[in-house]
Design a protein around this ligand. Structure first.
Ligand SMILES: Nc1ncnc2c1ncn2[C@@H]1O[C@H](COP(=O)(O)OP(=O)(O)O)[C@@H](O)[C@H]1O
Ligand SMILES: C[C@@](O)(CCOP(=O)(O)OP(=O)(O)O)CC(=O)O
Length: 203
């Protein structure tokens, strides 16, 4: 049974990027610039980790954290999640958007074409894809280490090709500032949220 969100979003920004590329860092920045009234960050991994922790009697807070606990279970979580997605590609997407009311949705952690296709099919006018990219050297400085079965699997490679991104954010020390790179996205988001004011009776 699909549970519909309280209000249709005006903009859905679907972010993807490699581990330690800065997805959380960049999406947090966007929410700070737009405010929590306008922008909500929705993580597909949230409901996945919640369900996985329950089924395996694990510490959800540690799975949600950045530390080694999450990495210890990542490979098995990937396989567990893919089994669910094979049965129902939108399973985690629907759970992630439950209760979302803000006009701008930021999906911070898309990993597969099935994630992108679900949002494009549900919100074709509103969905935009954003890629956060960093070099392996920069990611390594942030704590990334190559892990076979993770960094060469769909979870990390599923959105490397066959997709046109609306924006690409280069998250490198020598790149233009993130504020400068994010400005076009923020402009679109602010315009979209203004259109909400004229449609407020629809919600
Ligand atoms: N531009 C940046 N400036 C400072 N720290 C950053 C920057 N980008 C990422 N980080 C840090 O690098 C680490 C990994 O970033 P994170 O957003 O968690 O990556 P991801 O969500 O893609 O795995 C975090 O500690 C984060 O604070
Ligand atoms: C099983 C996962 O959902 C785990 C994702 O955990 P995080 O979202 O914490 O990952 P990063 O922030 O990129 O390090 C990946 C998947 O393939 O679904």
């Amino acid at each position: 049974m699909e549970s519909s969100p309280v209000c249709e979003p005006k903009l859905v920004l679907v972010f993807s990027g490699k581990r330690k590329s800065g997805k959380d860092y960049v999406t947090d920045l966007i929410q700070q610039r737009l405010s929590r009234d306008i922008c909500v960050i929705l993580r597909l991994s949230g409901p996945l980790k919640d369900q996985y922790a329950q089924e395996h009697s694990l510490d959800l807070d540690q799975l949600l954290g950045p530390g080694p606990y999450k990495e210890h279970y990542r490979k098995d979580m990937i396989l567990w999640g893919e089994t669910r997605r094979q049965q129902d590609p939108g399973f985690f997407c629907r759970l992630a958007i439950q209760g979302a009311k803000q006009p701008v949705w930021v999906i911070s952690d898309a990993r597969r074409m099935s994630d992108v296709n679900w949002f494009r099919s549900k919100f074709p006018r509103q969905t935009r894809c954003v890629r956060v990219q960093s070099s392996e050297a920069t990611r390594a400085k942030r704590g990334w280490r190559f892990t076979a079965g993770v960094d060469d699997a769909e979870s990390e490679c599923g959105l490397d090709s066959n997709i046109v991104y609306d924006w690409t954010i280069t998250n490198e020390p020598d790149a233009p500032s993130l504020d400068l790179q994010l400005q076009p996205i923020l402009d679109v988001a602010k315009e979209a949220s203004l259109s909400l004011i004229s449609d407020i009776t629809d919600c």
